[in-house]
Design a binder for this molecule. Structure first.
Ligand code: ZN
Ligand code: ZN
Length: 682
């Protein structure tokens, strides 16, 4: 059948060949390809706009036209659009810019009769939010849809060693702007937006404007990326074969995106449930957890309809979206009722979630986001030094997102520090990464993800119970461009308690595809940076393999390894900007982190968190501050912070001269006490 369509299409191209030239002349440049920087003077959104004076909060371009009986189309280029900017023609709204950060071509339909005879005004008008954008290169075409406007055909096949493979095709023009695209045949198994096509068959037949382009083929973190330059015209369909290969070995690990939305079920974003299947297959996620807002979506029938069943295992989940935080819960048995999201009280809420049939894992989502004026990590709800939950109800979730690629932090370490504090208090919370994408390409599915220990032989039959068990037992790795693995004394991995005597041999491996660079690897003990090493950036798959020997301390601690590197700027996997920015600086980074290996330093056969160590220490030396501080000498900053908090809670004034004299002497104790004092206010 496909062959038949293809033959018809070829014929069509021959027939309309003469029309190709005529079509491009149908495009009228309105304003000499000029680009405008729009924004609010004095309030730059990002450092790159700091010394630039914006054209204004709006641009009005005047041009001559004839009254239109039929719909036409405006084409434009835009960059760094965060919110919905209205597009007006003669003061009437005819559409919006695409709310997407990367540079892209966009089209807006001109309704019949909207053009006036003679002078017309096209306007782009700022919404109320601060949003510096670039927009321009306005063009008017008398044709009314992209199917007619775009005339140069491309037939792209992306393959790996086994043949055509689900993938992402990204296509940009010579200026690096994602091009307008249109699928040449209906019923292709793909999702597309400007310059982006996700195909589950590895094939795509589509059209662009004639011109020179750069084409990228990719399949997320584990695969190589292939990039070629080419020129296409309207004369014949250009066939392109692109080879990619599996680069990052992940034996025994399953790639999970535990936070996925669709427009169909969540009501916002732009990705339909069908399109979502192609993005999951195209980014190489093996375990996809549907987490629409207070809704149980089942991808299974959609997988069948879209031919994507063999590429990944889907799980019904729910982003329980409340006024006091968002929580992902999974797996959920079909036809279960939705947990009561109106419960503000976490104890009742968690009980309601746990009572939902099937649920094994609950994740605290994007903990620093502010939604409904509430943030689980605000100073009112959480002590950033001790990890104490001030919100009242106990933390009974199993994991938290330390990176959410659609909700990035200005400081990528801030959520890791929150998590370290939680572990120090003794909360048993695993770190996870996820995308939280609602869109086909505005945020990339699986860009941040989690690798969980689980047999990975068949992506269509992932053992969901085992994967969930790994989430709960912290046998998981946070990945956004890098995968970091750690072994202590040759056998203990994330989630293990390392028992034994003698020095600790810590081996850290940093992996990533050839298109990612790593430049630093770090080791944290009880949240404190204890080792760090520069990595020379390279396109090797093994970015670093570092061995550190740590003298065994006589107290327990948790070890976490992490690696970072420069963010990706190329359009096939561009590092996203912060969501609720706290700085005008944007320093994109790739990152990877382990979950903790717990060290049984005091050899009592188990792991005791810093909070309990502090309680024990105070009990042992009750009544003598001198003895307390002397015992603290052989502990670390994390234990000192907990001791400081316990002293404060029992009525000691940490700012008093007598106490400061004690804690000023030892740098680690001083840092630990001062960290707590900072959170106390005046
Ligand atoms: Zn959310
Ligand atoms: Zn979400």
């Amino acid at each position: 059948m496909a062959h038949f369509y293809f033959a018809i299409l070829c014929l069509l191209f021959f027939v309309v060949d003469g029309l190709g030239a005529e079509r491009s002349s149908e495009i009228k440049v309105l304003d000499e390809h000029r680009m405008y920087h729009l924004g609010t003077e004095g309030f730059p959104e990002w450092d790159e706009f700091k010394d630039k004076k914006p054209h204004g909060r709006r641009v009005d371009v005047k041009f001559k036209a004839a009254k239109n009986k039929l719909p036409q189309m405006i084409l434009l280029r835009q960059r760094q659009v965060k919110v919905r900017w209205p597009v007006l023609l003669n003061q009437k709204r005819i559409g919006y810019l695409a709310a997407e950060d990367p540079a892209l071509w966009h089209s807006v339909k001109v309704p019949a009769g909207a053009l006036l005879e003679g002078e017309n005004t096209l306007s782009i008008v700022s919404p109320k939010t601060t949003d510096d954008i670039e927009v321009g290169d306005f063009q008017l075409t008398r044709l009314s849809n992209l199917d007619q406007v775009l005339s140069a055909g491309l037939e792209v096949t992306v393959s790996d060693a086994a043949g055509p493979v689900p993938s992402r095709i990204t296509i940009v023009d010579e200026a690096g702007t994602r091009s307008l695209v249109w699928p040449s045949l209906p019923q292709q198994k793909l999702a597309y937006r400007s310059g982006v096509i996700y195909t589950s068959t590895g094939k795509a037949l589509f059209k662009v404007l004639p011109g020179r382009y750069t084409l990228y083929a990719s399949r997320g973190f584990e695969y190589s990326m292939k990039k070629i330059n080419l020129e296409v015209n309207g004369n014949a369909i250009r066939k392109v074969q692109l080879k990619i290969r599996r680069e990052v070995p992940t034996p025994g690990l399953v790639s999970v995106d535990s936070h996925i939305h669709t427009l169909t079920r969540s009501g916002h974003g732009d990705c339909s449930e069908e399109e979502r299947m192609h993005t999951i297959a195209g980014e190489g996620i093996e375990l996809a957890i549907a987490t629409d807002h207070n809704h149980h979506a089942d991808y299974l029938p959609v997988q069948k309809n879209t031919g994507t069943t063999s590429f990944f295992t889907s799980v019904i989940g729910n982003e329980v979206t409340t006024e006091t935080g968002h929580f992902n819960a999974f797996p959920i048995l079909p036809d279960s009722s939705v947990p009561d999201y109106k419960l503000g009280d976490w104890t009742k809420l968690m009980a309601s979630i746990r009572a939902t049939p099937g649920v094994r894992v609950i994740v605290l989502n994007h903990p620093r986001n502010i939604h409904s004026k509430f943030s689980p990590m605000s100073a009112d709800n959480f002590n950033h030094a001790t990890g104490q939950n001030l919100y009242g109800a106990p933390y009974s979730f199993d994991a938290m997102e330390v990176v959410t690629s659609a909700a990035m932090q200005s400081d990528i370490m801030s959520l890791y520090r929150d998590w370290f504090a939680m572990l120090n208090w003794g909360h048993k919370v695993a770190a996870v990464g996820s995308s939280d994408t609602h869109d086909v390409s505005r945020f990339i599915l699986g860009q941040a993800r989690t690798y969980v220990e689980c047999p990975d032989g068949n992506p269509s039959r992932v053992d969901v119970a085992k994967a969930c068990d790994s989430f709960r037992k912290m046998r998981a790795y946070v990945s956004m461009g890098l995968l970091v693995k750690m072994k202590v004394n040759g056998k203990f991995k994330s989630g293990d308690v390392a028992k034994g005597k003698g020095d600790l041999k810590v081996k850290v491996d940093v992996l990533g595809p050839s298109w990612v660079r790593a430049d630093q690897v770090s080791l944290f003990a009880n949240g404190q940076l204890i080792r760090s090493m520069n990595i020379s950036p390279s396109d090797k798959i093994e970015k670093a393999s570092v061995s550190w020997v740590l003298p065994r301390q006589n107290y327990d601690m948790h070890l976490v390894a992490m690696a970072t590197g420069p963010g990706i700027t190329e359009p096939f996997w561009e590092s996203p900007r912060p969501y609720q920015q706290t700085s005008t600086e944007h320093v994109p980074k790739v990152q990877g982190a382990t979950n903790p290996v717990f060290i049984d330093g005091d050899n009592d056969g188990r792991y005791t968190p810093p909070r309990l160590q502090a309680e024990k220490l105070l009990k042992q030396h009750a009544g003598s501050l001198k003895a307390v501080f002397s015992a603290l000498e052989s502990k670390d900053q994390a234990v000192a912070t907990q001791v400081a908090h316990l002293l404060h809670a029992s009525g000691h004034n940490l700012r008093s001269k007598s106490l400061t004299e004690y804690y000023q002497k030892n740098p680690a104790i001083k840092a630990g006490f001062e960290a707590l004092v900072k959170t106390l206010g005046k």
